[in-house]
Each structure stands twice: as C-alpha cells, then as structure tokens.
Design a protein around this ligand. Sequence first.
Ligand code: ZN
Length: 295
Amino acid sequence: MKIFNRGLFALMLGGPVLMTQPANAHVCDFSDVRMERLKDNFYVISGGGGNIGVSAGEDGVFLIDDQTAPLTPEILALIGEVNDGPIRFVLNTHLHGDHTGGNENLGREGAVILAHDNVRTRLIEREVSAGALPVLTFNDQVSIHINGIEARAVHVENAHTDGDSIIYFKGANVVHVGDIMFNTCFPFIDTNSGGSFKGLIPAIEGVLAKIDEETIVIPGHGPVTDKAGLETYLDMLVTIGGRVRSLKSSGKTLEEVLAANPAAEFDEVWSWSFINGERFVTTLYNTMEDWAEAP
Ligand SMILES: [Zn+2]
C-alpha cells in the first residue's frame, strides 16, 4: 500500500487519508510496510506510518506505536513471522493517527494501550472511538518489564506535541524517540497540539545526554540511526533556528526571511513532501515569541 504525503498530513490532523503513489518518494514518505531486525529481539516496522519499535520475546510482544488501522493485519503478519505470542502492550509516543491508528484493532486483540495523559485527553477531543483510547496513562514516567528488559517511557514537555514520550530500553541500548526526531527530514512541530520548538531542543539534548555511541536510535520517521545522527539533526535545528532568530530580531518580515533562505544548505536532503524548508522556517518565524528566549 502506498500513501501519498497528503495522507500523512491528513493523519496528523485527523482527516481522511488519500492514497496515491508519491512521484519522488523521500525517506519520510509513506511506502510499503516492512520489518527489520535491529538486535536480539528488537525489530522496527517502517513504511506505512510512524516507525514501530517491536520487542518480541518469551513474554510476547510489546509495540511502540501502531501506524494506521488498515495496516494492522499486515503488521501482525510480519510480527507473526518472528513471534507467536500475544501483543501484550502498545505504548503510543504521541497522539497522531500514523502512530495510534492501530490502537482499536490491537486493543480488541487484548493489548493494553498506554500513553501519556495528554495523548488520551487529545484523542478524546478528536472524538476517536472509545476503543482507540489508551487505557493506562501516566503523567511523567512508566516502566514496562517484559522479555527480560525494562522499557522506561519518559515524558518530555511541549516538543512535537504536549504528550510525547521517549522510550529507553534499558540494558538493550535502544531508544525510540517518537516524532521529536524526523531523521533527515524537516520536523513537523504540532503547535496546535502543544508542540514547541522551545521544548523540542531540550528534549533532544536530554536524549543525547542519556545515550552513547552504540545506542540504536529509532526516530518517529526516517531511517533508524544513532547518537551521531541525532546530533546532526540537532545541529540542523539549532543552525536554522539561530538564523531565523537573528533575521526576525533585526526586523525582517517573513517574506524577507524566506528570501534569505535560512535553510538553504539543508533543503536538498531534509525537504520532503510534507515539510519543506520554507514551511519549517515559517513555523519557526511565526512561533518565535514562544521559543526565542530559550537557552
Ligand atoms: Zn507525529
């Protein structure tokens, strides 16, 4: 199944999904669902929505996110190739439909759906069906002990949304950072759902402080990466943010800032169908009062 970029846009905003083939697919565009083994009993399922982290072992299966509802059978078939246990838990990194769309299907299969309190609150606001709501919520941190590891979900405030969680698989040296990272793609900051560039930067710095060179980093979108990849992403954000800040502080209008093209050298690699350099710079410009005083 191919979902055009407008499908991603619609999913993030809760609208209907348009399915067509992208002309020039970027690594963050939706594509066929595929599963890849990362290490031991850890896998990543990518393609049809946000990247799914999979721990599949003797206790069954624990998923980080679940893409979209129509993909559940495909996702279950892929997992079934490596583990015949039940889906025990699904932890949503945040509310967006390309990360939570499978909740109702998996809940019906018996999985316990977990997320930060604000994920449940915002999904209720969006009037999703009751079966799609997280049933176990937390305000700060929660740990799941399964398959011989501890998965610690830590809430970060006002980054991609106001309900983001970072999941550290202790001992396994794997972290799923959700949509605080779009790897090699300009990020979407959902300011209508409490997201903020002000919170995004310290959220990333907080992850960098806790991981090492060997850590496997699963981003919400784009290829699985490592600490160096996350540092490259942070450098891009800080560089463009600094330029937008100095241009706007000197009195430039949005049109003048866009003409100066503060994302110039990043555009070729990081622009994708949903967020190009111009859109990212526009978000930074329009929200600068919120973040410009941040350290
Ligand atoms: Zn998202």
